[in-house]
Ligand binder design. Structure first.
Ligand code: SF4
Ligand code: SF4
Length: 140
């Protein structure tokens, strides 16, 4: 592309930016705000350990725990979502909302710990009892 074509495109190609409050379109695999489903969370704290941006806080208490997420600290890397074996985390596929105050979007959940699931005890297989054959000449 020569310089004149480039200048022509820049002059007449229209705006490349979006005026506030409109949000730009994002691709299908865009990684946005982290969503948390408290019903699925087991309180393992793996997400907190994977979050190097410290956007996730986890405080364990007796019989309960508190999980918090601050989008203002989040880099939207997706490591927490990848590491959650319970599928309690997901990411929006749209631009995060605009906020004006630090911590405005932070959310906290205090949840009761779920009782451990005991593995089902398998029923013992039936023991085969050998048939007793009468002994010849013996008493019955
Ligand atoms: S969101 Fe997932 S990784 Fe984080 S504490 Fe809950 S179950 Fe564990
Ligand atoms: S997406 Fe990345 S930065 Fe954001 S909470 Fe998850 S691990 Fe932390």
């Amino acid at each position: 592309m020569n310089i004149l074509t480039m200048m022509w495109k820049n002059l007449w190609g229209g705006s490349r930016t979006t005026l506030f409050p409109a949000r730009p379109k994002v691709s299908e695999h865009y990684r946005g705000l982290v969503r948390f489903d408290p019903a699925l969370c087991s309180g393992c704290a793996i997400c907190k350990m994977r979050c190097t941006a410290r956007a996730i806080e986890f405080k364990g208490g007796k019989g309960e725990f508190t999980w918090s997420y601050d989008p203002g600290q989040c880099t939207f890397c997706g490591r927490c979502v990848e590491g959650c074996k319970e599928h309690a985390l997901s990411q929006d596929s749209e631009c995060p909302p605009i906020y004006l105050t630090i911590g405005e979007l932070k959310k906290s959940y205090t949840l009761k710990r779920k009782p451990p699931v005991k593995p089902a005890v398998a029923a013992a297989p039936p023991v085969a009892v050998p048939a007793v054959e009468p002994v010849p000449g013996g008493t019955q």
